[in-house]
Design a protein around this ligand. Structure first.
Ligand code: ZN
Length: 188
């Protein structure tokens, strides 16, 4: 069954698709490009910096990201390693090649977990390899918020959410909100 991009919408926790391990995409077909375009739309509508296919209800190894430059926030174009994008990017069948540096805590949120924010420890630098919309493999090394965004989105492909990775203190702080989301879903 081909995916109809028009039917895709943002999935919220505890939608079971967020807990599935996503499957390889393989060839970049028109269907894949149409789903990527819809994901970019959903990401922009929700004012996020990244969105993984499972969050749109599609169990594929694909995500989109756009971390625009903001000089005050140490996000500049042309930094090496990269800290910002000049335009949104699509990552298909991504592989994390290397993570380096000591784990650092930083407050993260997630479009699928509204009103939840907590500290997640990740490495500051990541090298990722993926396929682009033309079907070519590319590799990039990123730092700062962009590195964090790519690792966060990659987690989604494994069914991992920030509530699994949060520091114990943040987990405690968000416990009742997580329970609320579970209750809301049970009432639907
Ligand atoms: Zn997320």
């Amino acid at each position: 069954m081909p995916v109809d991009p028009a039917t895709l919408y943002l999935r919220l926790y505890p939608d079971p698709i967020l807990r599935q391990k996503a499957g390889d995409v393989g060839d970049v077909t028109d269907e894949v490009r149409a789903v990527a375009a819809r994901m970019l739309e959903l990401m922009h509508e929700a004012e996020g910096i990244g969105l993984a296919a499972p969050q749109a209800g599609v169990p594929w190894r694909m995500f989109v990201a756009y971390v625009p430059p903001i000089p005050e926030d140490d996000r500049h174009l042309g930094d090496d390693p990269m800290t910002a994008h000049d335009e949104p990017r699509v990552y298909i069948d991504p592989v994390i090649v290397e993570m380096s540096g000591d784990l650092e805590p930083y407050e993260e949120g997630c479009l699928s977990l509204p009103e939840i924010r907590g500290e997640v420890r990740r490495t500051p630098i990541v090298t990722i390899e993926a396929t682009d919309l033309e079907g070519n493999r590319f590799r990039e090394t990123c730092e700062g918020l962009m590195a964090r965004c790519l690792m966060h989105e990659f987690d989604h492909l494994e069914g991992v959410l920030i509530i699994d990775r949060m520091t114990p203190m943040s987990r405690l702080k968000n416990r009742s909100r997580v329970k609320d989301l579970e209750k809301q879903a049970a009432m639907l």
